[in-house]
Design a protein around this ligand. Structure first.
Ligand code: GLA
Length: 713
């Protein structure tokens, strides 16, 4: 028996059985087990063999990362494919394994064959050094002259029986990332996206964990697929109690048909584990931050025009807005939808990416010049993959619009989808966008995607074009960035409809939601944060009366909730009074003062007993300082709120805690506890285990707590 392979990195151990010519089988995924000798590894494998009686399960345990029906697996199949009804029950074997140490962390590479079917498989399973994330992918190659059609390729990460609860997310427009929990019963809990993007309702992760797990406690394991197209994430428990988290692309009919020598490779399936969700999320954050392309410059404070002026563009108004933005401290001016040929509302013009001379007779240059004089850089909104039928582009090239055989399909927001699989359509977009980026010196693109792909067939034969669309969108982002070094991209899709590690290879931030209401944003940002670190989440201060929920909130609450991410302003500063603008400027200054901490530290959430309260914060990597916000989101039935315990600090060091009010002095609705008059100095252990009395607040009010490590005596 070959000794199991032990990949150790970033605090994670992955022990993989590799004997008998079989595919890799994960024996342990989770906390570092320390150095294990060959005998211990062999015994670990033997100790993992179940007692199987007569008529019990047939499948070999543990189950390979690609579970196979031909080996007795009756759960979600790893590979579904065929050649005209034959070659449909693959059985890969003769596996050969090799471990390599890469800069990113150790990787196990496996090749295997199904000689009867003429198929070859390759697997890569890696533990990432910077984060302790596990990731794996597989490739299937057809070695015969007969075409081989792939319907699905899903890989599996096993979780132990202690993982008895499942958490995933759902949502809708302006209310993304709503958590839902359920017991991990026998059966499948699958979350699929079929709209050509993950979607607003998509779960970023499927998480399984110990009963009652929270942000700070309970072992959790979660999976994510680094892909911006159709996909399915699932948690599956079979009657013999194998529990898996699976992930793979959802392929449309004949979307992948392999000719001789051709391969299909799955996107990376990521796995993160942790003690509590904060730990699980921190691995994703560390991973993103460890990449060479991670934005390293201070995230410029954005002024976005959308909720200020919508489609009503004119030079004087937008210049005045830019001036007020700069006065408040904005560093980037983003001109949203409405600047291109004939775009007066959302019924027309997508595709006509030329500056509208009726609205902008001298082009955008005068605005851009003024924006630069004011010390800001310039960003522009595009929705490259979309087209209105009422556009010159659609009239000239109707064949570039997706058509599954019944015409361009249902409109949504009056728009349809441009098929980037047509070389001409791709070249047109690259030319139009690159020209504008070059001539205007655009620093940042807000890249939108507001319609799902439905019957997205490639003309003239109507074959599915969804998968290629994702690859072409990635290619367009990559080629624009290569042609314009320093260009930044935001991934927006009606808000948070395209949030994944696939697009984040190219995008520098996501737009988590069109909802700027701080009451909703608190939750949306908290759950988007399971995957995306604060500096990659756009967080804008919206209008007093939210444009999406029509709730009203004081500036201090709106600003506090936007403080944590890549800050922006979407308030109409032309109608804001002097005091509002001054308070806004104070918040922006406070953000700039603390953004190095906010955009590099570890995000923490306290598990509070009362659902009326929230406490979350960011702790510096060296534990030298932290910032927390305590918020009240509903009216609690007991009063005052009681003590809050501050997570994430160094137990052994003393910290001073003070309440800070960057915008305005605490007003009606905020009653502060006595300790805040002079602040307190306490050891991290006391703050973690005993805590401090919380302020008494009305609903949708918060208080910031600034925590600084006392000098060592
Ligand atoms: C989408 C985006 C918004 C805004 C509009 C413009 O809805 O999510 O932020 O850019 O499009 O039309």
């Amino acid at each position: 028996m070959n000794t199991p392979i032990h990949l150790r990195s970033g605090g994670t151990s992955l022990v993989v059985a590799v004997d008998g010519g079989r595919l890799p089988r994960i024996l342990h995924w989770g906390p570092d087990l320390g150095a294990l000798g060959d005998d211990a590894l062999a015994d670990l494998q033997r100790a993992a063999l179940p007692a199987i009686g007569d008529s019990a399960v047939t499948y070999p345990q543990p189950v390979p990362v690609l579970p196979q029906l031909a080996e007795g697996w009756l759960g979600r199949p790893g590979l579904v494919g065929d050649t005209g009804g034959r070659r449909w029950a693959p059985k890969f074997r003769d596996a050969e394994h090799e471990v390599a140490d890469t800069d990113d962390g150790p990787v196990l590479r496996t090749t295997a064959l199904d000689p009867e079917y003429g198929l070859a498989a390759e697997f890569e399973i890696q533990v990432l050094a910077a984060s302790g994330l596990v990731r794996q992918r597989a490739a299937i190659r057809n070695d015969t002259a007969e075409p081989y059609r792939i319907d699905s390729l899903e890989l599996a990460l096993p979780v132990p029986p202690e993982a008895s609860e499942i958490l995933d997310l759902t949502g809708r427009w302006a209310l993304e990332r709503v958590p839902q929990r359920r017991p991990f019963h026998v059966g499948e809990w699958a979350r699929a996206s079929r709209g050509g993007k993950p979607g607003l309702e998509h779960t970023l992760l499927v998480v399984a964990g110990e009963a009652g797990f929270g942000f700070r406690e309970g072992m959790v394991w979660g999976t994510h697929l680094a892909w911006s197209g159709n996909q399915v994430l699932a948690a599956e428990r079979v009657p013999a109690d194998t529990r898996h988290l699976t992930a793979g692309e959802v392929l449309l009919p004949s979307e992948v048909v392999l000719g001789q020598g051709e391969s299909y490779r799955s996107p990376w399936q990521y796995g993160s584990w942790g003690v509590g969700l904060d730990d699980l999320a921190a691995r994703f954050h560390r991973h993103l931050r460890s990449r060479p392309q991670h934005p390293s410059s201070p995230r410029p404070v954005v002024l976005n025009t959308w909720e200020a002026v919508y489609f009503h563009h004119d030079l004087d108004t937008l210049t005045a807005l830019a001036e007020r933005g700069a006065q408040a401290g904005a560093e980037r001016f983003v001109l949203d939808d409405g600047w291109f040929l004939g775009r007066r509302d959302d019924t027309s013009s997508l595709g006509d990416w030329t500056v509208d001379p009726d609205v902008w007779p001298a082009g955008l240059e005068p605005l851009v010049t003024r924006v630069r004089e004011l010390g800001m850089d310039f960003g522009l909104w595009f929705e490259p993959e979309m087209v209105n039928l009422d556009s010159d582009l659609a009239r000239e090239h109707p064949e570039w619009i997706f058509d599954g055989g019944h015409g361009p399909g249902l409109p949504s927001r009056h728009q349809h989808v441009l098929d980037l699989g047509h070389p001409g359509a791709y070249a047109y977009l690259f030319e139009r966008m690159s020209d504008l980026i070059g001539t205007l010196g655009i620093a940042y693109i807000k890249w939108d995607h507001n319609r799902y792909l439905l019957d997205a067939g490639h003309t003239p034969d109507g074959r599915p074009g969804v998968r290629r669309q994702v690859e072409q969108a990635y290619r367009l982002m990559a080629e624009l960035k290569a042609a314009h070094p320093g260009l930044e991209i935001e991934s927006c899709a009606s808000g948070g409809g395209r949030v994944d590690l696939g697009v984040l290879e190219f995008a520098d931030r996501v737009w988590p939601s069109d909802c700027n209401d701080p009451h909703e944003r608190l939750e949306i940002q908290r759950w988007t944060g399971l995957l995306v670190p604060p500096e990659m989440q756009g967080t804008h201060i919206g209008a007093e009366e939210s444009h999406t929920t029509h709730r009203t909130h004081p500036l201090d609450y709106r600003a506090e909730k936007a403080l944590w991410g890549h800050l922006g302003v979407e308030v109409n500063l032309l109608t804001a009074d002097d005091e509002t603008r001054a308070a806004l400027a104070r918040w922006i200054a406070f953000h700039k003062e603390h953004r190095a901490l906010l955009h590099s530290g570890e995000v923490v959430h306290a598990d509070l007993a009362d659902a009326a309260f929230r406490l979350e914060g960011v702790v510096a990597d060296d534990r030298g300082e932290a910032l927390y916000a305590f918020s009240v989101v509903e009216r609690p039935s007991t009063w005052p709120p009681g003590r809050i315990r501050l997570p994430g600090l160094d137990d052994e060091r003393d910290y001073t805690v003070e309440a800070v009010h960057p915008g305005s002095a605490p007003a009606a609705g905020v009653v502060l506890p006595p300790w805040q008059r002079d602040g307190v100095t306490l050891p991290g252990r006391v703050l973690r285990l005993v805590g401090i009395e919380a302020p008494s607040l009305d609903v949708d009010r918060s208080v910031l707590l600034r925590v600084v490590r006392a000098p060592e005596m």
